[in-house]
Design a binder for this molecule. Structure first.
Ligand SMILES: *[C@@H]1O[C@H](CO)[C@@H](O)[C@H](O)[C@H]1NC(C)=O
Ligand SMILES: *[C@@H]1O[C@H](CO)[C@@H](O)[C@H](O)[C@H]1NC(C)=O
Ligand SMILES: *[C@@H]1O[C@H](CO)[C@@H](O)[C@H](O)[C@H]1NC(C)=O
Ligand SMILES: *[C@@H]1O[C@H](CO)[C@@H](O)[C@H](O)[C@H]1NC(C)=O
Ligand SMILES: *[C@@H]1O[C@H](CO)[C@@H](O)[C@H](O)[C@H]1NC(C)=O
Ligand SMILES: *[C@@H]1O[C@H](CO)[C@@H](O)[C@H](O)[C@H]1NC(C)=O
Ligand SMILES: *[C@@H]1O[C@H](CO)[C@@H](O)[C@H](O)[C@H]1NC(C)=O
Ligand SMILES: *[C@@H]1O[C@H](CO)[C@@H](O)[C@H](O)[C@H]1NC(C)=O
Length: 370
């Protein structure tokens, strides 16, 4: 392990450029047309493995995640956080909200009617936490009210369905939670196929029809959302970090007995630790982790999927490539606060200091031209 790290440093000293992956055949590379990146006021606290939701048309919330502390020259320590920061879109400013009652990373989250729902996530396996990531699932769930600025505990995820790093989508009063993981440590990461639903009226968990209760293959660190009547689970990985996938799974939420479908359209770049959101009939997927072609292990790719034609198109790479971040669309902008600048555990030297992970405060939005 240590030897690999030293080799990584040596490799890094030889080449620091980020090589863009070759474009697979059969994909258009029409570029970004009228789209553009917009830099915004940095996230107050650099972090990664958080979640981002749009509480209303003016407010974005960033909840949980991990912060990195300690001496960068040695293996960095990751600390799960309960921090909640709210971004006001019109004024481009941040403020701190009441903390989540637990420190959680990879939380599952959605916003419905001005309330944020945190539905499980990953927490430290032991306290105080080890320097290396060592996390297990919690089913603990909470609702936050923007007006009263407080968190209230609601029904936990049912026994056996506790997980984090799921794809979450809102459909009317229901929040769907698809896939995810229950264990993330240095040696092992699982991947869940489980699909469950939380009813924001009854504040109870509900089963989905058995034919819809499992995605076709386990996924964690995937992207996805609900667009119209359809829940999408895009990319991600099946067990471990390296088993990256390029699939698009979808479920018609009007008639869930049709079960999950797998799109004929595959992502140009299979990846996990990817994030994305939808604007105007297209899904946009950004970044990811475990790229063998970049020295920092990050996927810089931005790609878009047309939900009607089910075809993918390559866009220009992200301005600030990262993984472990979370995107949310409001209007025609996809907001992407923070994230990790390098694959966790891969040593990168900056200004003579080697670090094994670096979270950023960088905040930008991908604006889709209209
Ligand atoms: C890495 O680069 C090689 C050579 O260009 C390419 O064949 C491969 O698809 C790339 N892999 C990824 C994950 O981008
Ligand atoms: C946004 O910020 C990044 C990182 O500092 C920088 O590389 C990029 O040029 C900026 N882009 C714009 C459009 O200002
Ligand atoms: C948010 O904006 C959309 C589009 O302008 C509008 O349809 C919707 O009603 C707004 N939602 C709220 C809660 O104001
Ligand atoms: C970080 O740790 C290394 C190794 O223990 C030590 O040599 C160095 O002085 C420390 N740096 C700081 C800024 O504490
Ligand atoms: C949160 O605020 C609501 C509305 O003001 C109140 O009813 C509730 O008791 C508060 N919950 C907590 C945990 O403080
Ligand atoms: C879940 O399982 C634990 C022990 O495995 C048990 O103590 C608890 O009562 C169970 N909860 C429910 C809601 O069944
Ligand atoms: C959600 O719960 C409410 C209250 O129990 C119930 O009336 C409604 O049918 C439930 N919604 C769904 C989609 O099951
Ligand atoms: C729902 O899908 C099932 C399976 O494809 C089909 O048999 C049924 O007719 C559909 N129901 C409606 C209301 O569309």
């Amino acid at each position: 392990m240590q030897l690999q790290r030293l080799t990584g440093v040596a490799a890094l000293l030889l080449t620091t450029s980020v090589r863009a992956a070759a474009v697979p055949q059969g994909y258009q590379t029409t570029g970004d047309r009228g789209n553009r990146w917009v830099n915004l006021t940095s996230l107050p606290t650099p972090r990664q493995e958080h979640i981002t939701v749009a509480v209303d048309n003016n407010t974005i919330a960033v909840v949980g995640g991990v912060e990195r502390i300690g001496n960068e020259s040695v293996q960095e320590r990751t600390v799960s956080t309960n921090l909640v920061e709210l971004y006001d879109i019109p004024s481009d400013t941040w403020r701190t909200a009441a903390p989540l009652p637990i420190a959680a990373n990879h939380p599952n989250a959605a916003a419905v009617n001005g309330r944020i729902y945190i539905l499980g996530g990953l927490v430290n396996t032991q306290e105080p936490p080890t320097a290396e990531a060592d996390w297990i699932a919690t089913g603990k769930s909470y609702v936050y009210d923007l007006n009263s600025n407080n968190w209230t505990e609601v029904a936990s995820m049912p026994n056996g369905t506790e997980r984090g790093s799921s794809v979450v989508g809102v459909y009317g009063e229901m929040i769907y939670v698809a896939g995810g993981m229950t264990v993330l440590n240095l040696n092992y990461q699982d991947a869940s196929t489980t699909v469950t639903a939380f009813n924001t009226t009854s504040l109870q968990w509900q089963r989905v029809p058995s034919i819809a209760a499992n995605i076709p293959e386990g996924r964690q660190h995937a992207a996805g959302t609900v667009v119209g009547d359809t829940l999408y689970v895009i990319g991600g990985r099946w067990y471990e970090r390296t088993n990256v996938r390029d699939t698009v799974f979808s479920l018609d939420l009007r008639n869930q007995t049709t079960g999950w479908q797998t799109s004929p359209g595959h992502m140009p770049t299979a990846r996990g630790g990817v994030t994305g959101s939808a604007v105007g009939g297209s899904f946009f997927a950004f970044g990811g982790e475990c790229n063998p072609n970049t020295t920092n292990g990050i996927f810089p790719q931005a790609e878009t999927y047309d939900l009607d034609s089910r075809k993918w198109t390559r866009l220009n790479n992200m301005q600030v490539p990262r993984h472990g971040t979370a995107a949310v669309a409001v209007g025609n902008r996809i907001y992407i606060p923070g994230g990790g600048l390098q694959q966790d555990g891969v040593p990168i030297e900056r200004n003579g200091v080697v670090s094994y992970g670096q979270a950023t405060a960088h905040f930008d939005a991908y604006e889709v031209g209209i």
